[in-house]
Design a protein around this ligand. Structure first.
Ligand SMILES: NC(=O)c1ccc[n+]([C@@H]2O[C@H](COP(=O)([O-])OP(=O)(O)OC[C@H]3O[C@@H](n4cnc5c(N)ncnc54)[C@H](OP(=O)(O)O)[C@@H]3O)[C@@H](O)[C@H]2O)c1
Length: 334
């Protein structure tokens, strides 16, 4: 029988070819890490499944080195400190950190944040009240800079980042159009999240429906997916439109860089395209949390969580999210 204190973890055994499959990972047990000076151990309660983990499984150049073969795949985690030799973190503290696909992790505090007591449920610290929400918030407000009445389009609108970005656009008085995969998600985006419209990118008439949903063109495009969805929005962009380059999930399973959009359109429309990484915007966290708690508290912003139970579900939950089976933030509770 497994010792209760053993660390259970997934490791990457080979680089996925296309969509990750179970045999790309191995579940194993390891000794519980011992904290050295300036370190602490976190017992994880939730893993947040992130598309960025797939980027790190590939050897294409990126902002972080690839997860090595034998390494633990990347995930942000929420957990409780169980042992500490770090002056800033005490046993019992709830923290969000980059703990990976495992039940416990060692941290030096560099990528860890002690959770604000107002964040409940704790899982929200991985979704709308954590990095996913902050990504939607700074991407839309600081980079998209929408005005009341702006036409805003958000792709992966039913997902963790897109659902927040689009709802903030709606709260700011924009005409907000989502793009999502399938009628169930599109209904959710309009009926529960309050977008003005949502267009199904899997439908055969996607491009025409998108044009119909954006009769005055697009002022801000919050791009989570790239590929043919981006290309369809691209030719609807208005003069001086802003493209918030948040993610390119349609490309993450590819082994070679994908062809890009039309630069001629960028020139003739004087479009600003700005990529960003949420990690550069930590200074916005206090304003973000105050605003989000207010909007959630008065019912103007809603969120969903897509929770699988048990560490062994991590690979399936991850592939499910990459394949679009999730509604809201994809989590694994352990
Ligand atoms: N820049 C940053 O700092 C930062 C931080 C966090 C996340 N991100 C990016 O934000 C994006 C969303 O992340 P998330 O965590 O919120 O994930 P998510 O939206 O909750 O889940 C991913 C969604 O992507 C959509 N998708 C997958 N393949 C697609 C394809 N080929 N074409 C169109 N849509 C596809 C699916 O939705 P549908 O079923 O609706 O198609 C799926 O549900 C990702 O690109 C991620 O890398 C960036």
């Amino acid at each position: 029988m497994q010792a209760p204190s053993a660390n259970r973890r997934f490791v990457l055994v080979r680089r996925p070819q296309g969509m990750p499959v179970a045999d790309d990972f191995r579940l194993e047990e390891a000794p519980v890490p011992e904290p050295g000076d300036g370190q602490f151990v976190v017992r994880h309660l939730f893993l947040g499944m992130q598309p960025a983990a797939r980027i790190r499984m590939s050897e294409l150049p990126s902002y972080e080195p690839p997860t090595p073969i034998g390494g633990v795949p990347y995930a942000q985690t929420v957990g409780v400190v169980v042992a500490s030799r770090h002056p800033g973190f005490a046993p019992g503290d709830h923290v969000a950190s980059d703990g990976g696909w495992q039940t416990q992790s060692l941290s030096d505090g560099a990528r860890a944040v002690r959770l604000d007591d107002r964040i409940r449920p704790l899982s929200a610290a991985l979704g709308c009240l954590g990095a996913s929400g902050l990504t939607g918030y700074v991407g839309l407000l600081d980079i998209g800079r929408p005005e009341p009445g702006s036409a805003v389009v958000v792709s992966a609108a039913a997902g963790a980042v897109g659902s927040v970005a689009g709802q903030i656009a709606r709260i700011r008085g924009c005409r907000t159009v989502g793009i999502a995969g399938g009628p169930r998600k599109c209904r959710h985006v309009v009926e529960e999240l309050g977008f003005d419209a949502c267009v199904d990118h899997q439908a055969p008439d996607f491009e025409a429906s998108l044009r119909d949903a954006c009769p005055d063109g697009v002022d801000v495009y919050f791009d989570n997916v790239g590929g043919r969805v981006r290309d369809a929005v691209w030719f609807l962009l208005n003069d001086h439109a802003r493209v918030v380059l948040c993610g390119l999930i349609s490309e993450y399973n590819a082994e070679v860089p994908q062809p890009g959009p039309s630069w001629r359109q960028a020139l003739v429309r004087r479009i600003t395209v700005q990529g960003f990484l949420v990690r550069d915007h930590a200074r916005r966290r206090d304003a973000f949390l105050d605003d989000m708690l207010g909007w959630i508290g008065d019912g103007r912003l809603r969120y969903r969580e897509d929770v699988s139970v048990g560490l062994e579900q991590a690979p399936a939950a991850f592939a499910g999210m990459l394949g679009g089976r999730n509604l809201g933030k994809t989590l694994v509770s352990i």
